[in-house]
Design a protein around this ligand. Structure first.
Ligand code: NAI
Length: 332
């Protein structure tokens, strides 16, 4: 039985994790889940929101499914999510974004992938209060991290038959930092003549994405732009409830949705488990459970396409539990 680390997170995390674990179980996949808690409650009990046992578990199992963890705003501990990615050197954050049959959106034909650098930029967490009226944050961009993420984007494009890679920056303003990212992108692109290489500024990208998103294929971005743009692209296909993601490193992979812990709907049995379920499907394929993964995938997309039992974010009125049971009914 494969051992997989499960981080149920907080907010809606435990509700959607329970739903996903039940679906996987009912699909007949035997997983030995190693449950690892993290976040605010853990910080209170164990002195750290991300105790070393969590990192050790993922290092040992090499694969994890992670639900969202709340990060206090303005003060308190550093983001568990950012720390986890950094500790495990999960340098590539992959967020595919494709229309799902049955979810009405203003756009058809969206099929793009956000490849976000995951270890540096403003997320390095190097900040200081200069005086009571001013503060500064340092944006770190290195040749090593930029080259490796752009290479990942091109390799991804090759592997999945994608045609174009756009490097996204604000190099007209951040001339040294984003300029370096762009320099690395141009260098890497030379090794992939079969893939078209393009550049776009992040503000223009945002405007183009909400006008004609179909023109984009693979987008590679430094950390902050990648974070923001991937919420935007989630909105193109039906919202955060259906937006999948994965954090990939040389040794480990942590599959986690784009969305956060949604405190506004916590404990109300309203959350959509789809994003986490798609992450779990990808995780199952990653560990070699392709057939069962496809069985779950077929059931999920059938339920969404039928449109009879949908959660509120998708325009329905089903609870998380009703939606989960409907998917289980469709497993065969
Ligand atoms: P959020 O993604 O939690 O929520 C934004 C909006 O989308 C809310 O209205 C929420 O109800 C809705 N939403 C999100 N996921 C949904 C789902 N599965 N089903 C139905 N509706 C859903 O973003 P927000 O409010 O900015 O962040 C809340 C907390 O989550 C913060 O502490 C933030 O730091 C944390 N966060 C954690 C992430 C992670 O663990 N990877 C990623 C993003 C945010």
């Amino acid at each position: 039985m494969t051992k997989v680390t499960l981080i149920p997170g907080d907010g809606i995390g435990p509700e959607i994790s329970d739903a996903v674990v039940e679906i996987i179980d009912k699909a007949g996949v035997k997983i030995d889940w190693e449950i690892q808690t993290a976040g605010a409650d853990v910080a209170e009990a164990e002195g750290s929101p991300l105790p070393s046992r969590v990192i050790e578990s993922i290092k040992k199992n090499k694969v994890a499914l992670k639900a969202p963890v709340t990060t206090p705003i303005g003060k308190g501990f550093r983001s568990v999510n950012v720390a986890l990615r950094k500790e495990l050197d999960l340098y590539a954050n992959i967020r595919p974004c494709k229309n799902i049959a049955g979810i009405k959106t203003p756009f058809d034909g969206v099929d793009l992938v956000v490849v976000r650098e995951n270890t540096e930029d403003l997320y390095a967490g190097i900040e200081r209060q200069i005086d009571k009226d001013s503060a500064e944050s340092i944006k770190i961009i290195t040749r090593k991290a930029s080259t490796r993420i752009v290479k990942y984007a091109f390799e991804y494009a090759l592997k999945y038959g994608r045609k174009t890679v756009h490097a996204v920056t604000k190099a007209n303003i951040c001339k040294l930092s984003d300029g370096l990212f762009l320099e690395c992108a141009r260098e890497v692109a030379k090794n992939y003549p079969q893939i078209e290489y393009k550049e776009i500024l992040v503000d223009n990208l945002c405007m183009q994405l909400v006008q004609k998103p179909q023109q984009f294929d693979v987008l590679v971005l430094p950390n902050l732009y990648g974070d923001i743009v991937s919420d935007l692209t989630a909105g193109l296909i039906g919202g955060l409830g259906v937006a999948q993601g994965a954090n990939i490193g040389e040794d480990c992979a942590v599959f986690e949705p784009v969305h956060g812990s949604a405190p506004d709907i916590k404990g109300q049995n309203k959350a959509n488990p789809t994003a986490l379920l798609i992450c779990a499907i990808n995780m199952l394929k990653h560990i070699g459970e392709k057939e069962k993964a496809e069985k779950i995938e077929t059931a999920l997309y059938k339920v969404i396409k039928e449109g009879k039992v949908l959660t509120c974010d998708l325009g329905g009125n089903a609870t998380t539990s009703e939606f989960t049971q409907e998917i289980i009914k469709h497993l065969n």
